[in-house]
Design a protein around this ligand. Structure first.
Ligand code: FAD
Length: 467
């Protein structure tokens, strides 16, 4: 029997792939996607259980999907290093914190003016089409009511820090008045991969193949994807391949394809968790409230970004999972949760410390001995001192560095446009392999933007129009 040759295959169903597909299907009639669904089947486990110690609160209950993701992709995470992924429709894009940095331009400076313009246009299209909350410019706004935890007057007077408003990825029809976040339906209105699919792609001709990709090989002008579903193997031959399986898996598949034996650095935003005790309740009805404002240094705004949210039951559950000793106090912690202010401080990728390398038949992820905690604590102290002078918190705080990789922002392994062996051109085509396109975070670097998914989606949308 003559083997079937597909015109194009996309791998992955996270928001990078789905954004690509959404614009690709404006002109084309159908597309094939390889994406594995949640399953009860057990896979032989590679022991990565230590990462579950700090499972993000949104992912509690999804431990199997996280462990399966690493087992089927044959990846071992070394002790002390953390890393997350999820093997299911939508991947990590089902759990993200729904905050986007609107200032995406700063990280596009290395690209041609034409490419910058196209990415910015796609970003605006996503903002408008998905009805996200926030403000890009006077014309593009869909405002939400901010909690007055810190008032603007106080912020504007501060000489060290400045504030910035994120875009919140809730899909809410534009209204004249500011949108009250308490009226958001988190299940339906969040821009998760599952909701994106339901709202934009449900009636389109997308053929999903329930497999995971094990290897990619070249076959003259075509690409063969060697896949499995855990019990059956299947190969797909395609003229064009689009990889959107998240930075880690895309990088791993390409390293294997190009037979790269040396280590590759994975860029990320090391993160510090901080807990403050507010004098006033931050009342809200959400299960998981995103930050309403971000703080950055005035003089060195790319060094870190801090966000703030009130405690919630999910965060309390995650803390108790991590510190069992607190379990008897759970009812009290829940009662006081709106007095707790949680902050993520995301730090510049020059502090990245994650590497991937092939070792025998598996890939290992590790971090190197590096003592950067003093820096992180210094950044934490700047934020604490600021909040203390605002007189909104009691003068005590807890800082915790959860480990390299526990920030969930992985990117910049084959940066676009920068001429190295491992790079893609501005059309996101792999060096010397023009029929392989990469549309996830692997091809971008986020020095300035600490909430990168909006820019990742915009870039993927751009490639979907051009391919
Ligand atoms: C708790 C949490 C909070 C976050 N908060 C934010 C935030 O506020 N702002 C922000 O910008 N970012 C945030 N992020 C990061 C953001 O979620 C990711 O950058 C984003 O989801 C990446 O999208 P993606 O489509 O590239 O990859 P993913 O969403 O990870 O999708 C990868 C896809 O590939 C599939 N896949 C994996 N392996 C294979 C294989 N071998 N074969 C076939 N398919 C495969 C997966 O099943 C999945 O469908 C957060 C992440 C987490 C976990």
């Amino acid at each position: 029997m003559k083997k079937k040759i597909y015109d194009i295959i996309v791998v992955g169903s996270g928001l990078s792939s789905l954004s690509f597909i959404d614009s690709y299907l404006k002109k084309q009639k159908k597309i094939d996607v390889i994406s594995f669904k949640k399953t009860k089947k057990s896979f032989s486990q590679i022991n990565n259980k230590h990462i579950l110690e700090i499972l993000p609160p949104q992912m509690i209950g999804e431990e199997k999907q996280v462990l399966d993701y690493f087992s089927i992709n044959k990846i071992l995470i070394k002790k002390k290093t953390k890393f997350f992924g999820s093997l299911e429709f939508g991947g990590l894009s089902n759990y993200w914190g729904l905050q986007i940095d609107k200032n995406i331009k700063n990280d596009l400076q290395d690209f041609s003016k034409k490419t910058q313009k196209k990415i910015l246009n796609s970003f605006k299209e996503i903002f408008k089409k998905q009805n996200l909350l926030g403000k890009i410019n006077e014309k593009n706004q869909n405002l939400f009511e901010r909690n007055p935890f810190i008032n603007d007057e106080f912020l504007n007077k501060n000489k060290i820090l400045k504030s910035d408003e994120p875009i919140l990825a809730f899909q809410k029809k534009r209204e004249k008045q500011k949108i009250n976040l308490n009226l958001i339906n988190e299940k339906k209105d969040s821009l998760t991969a599952t909701n994106f699919f339901k709202k934009n792609l449900k009636n389109k001709r997308i053929i999903f193949h329930n497999y995971f990709v094990e290897r990619i090989v070249k076959d003259k002008k075509n690409i063969i994807l060697k896949c499995s579903n855990g019990s059956k193997n299947k190969s797909f031959t395609t003229k064009k391949l689009v990889l959107g399986c998240g930075t880690l898996i895309t990088t791993k598949l390409i390293m294997d394809y190009l037979k790269i034996k040396t280590e590759i650095k994975i860029n990320h935003h090391p993160r510090l968790f901080s807990l403050y005790f507010s004098k006033k309740k931050w009342t809200n009805k959400m299960n998981f409230q995103p930050s309403h404002f971000h703080l950055k240094l005035r003089k060195n705004p790319t060094l870190f970004t801090a966000d703030f949210r009130p405690g919630n039951r999910l965060i309390i559950d995650a803390i108790i999972k991590f510190k069992r000793i607190l379990s008897p106090f759970k009812p009290l912690l829940n009662f006081l949760r709106e007095y707790f202010i949680f902050s993520n401080i995301f730090i510049h990728p020059r502090f990245s410390n994650l590497y991937i390398k092939k070792q025998k038949n598996i890939f290992i992820i590790y971090s190197k001995k590096k003592n950067q905690k003093n820096y992180f604590e210094k950044f934490g102290k700047i934020i604490f001192n600021f909040l203390k002078t605002s007189k909104k918190i009691f003068p005590l705080y807890i800082n915790h560095f959860p480990g390299y990789g526990a920030d969930f922002h992985y990117f910049g392994t084959f940066t676009m446009g920068i001429s190295k062996k491992l790079h893609v051109n501005e059309n996101c085509q792999l060096n010397k392999n023009k029929n392989i396109y990469i549309v996830d975070g692997s091809v971008l670097k986020f020095k300035s933007n600490k909430y990168p998914l909006g820019a990742i989606m915009a870039n993927a949308r751009r490639i979907g129009k051009e391919i």
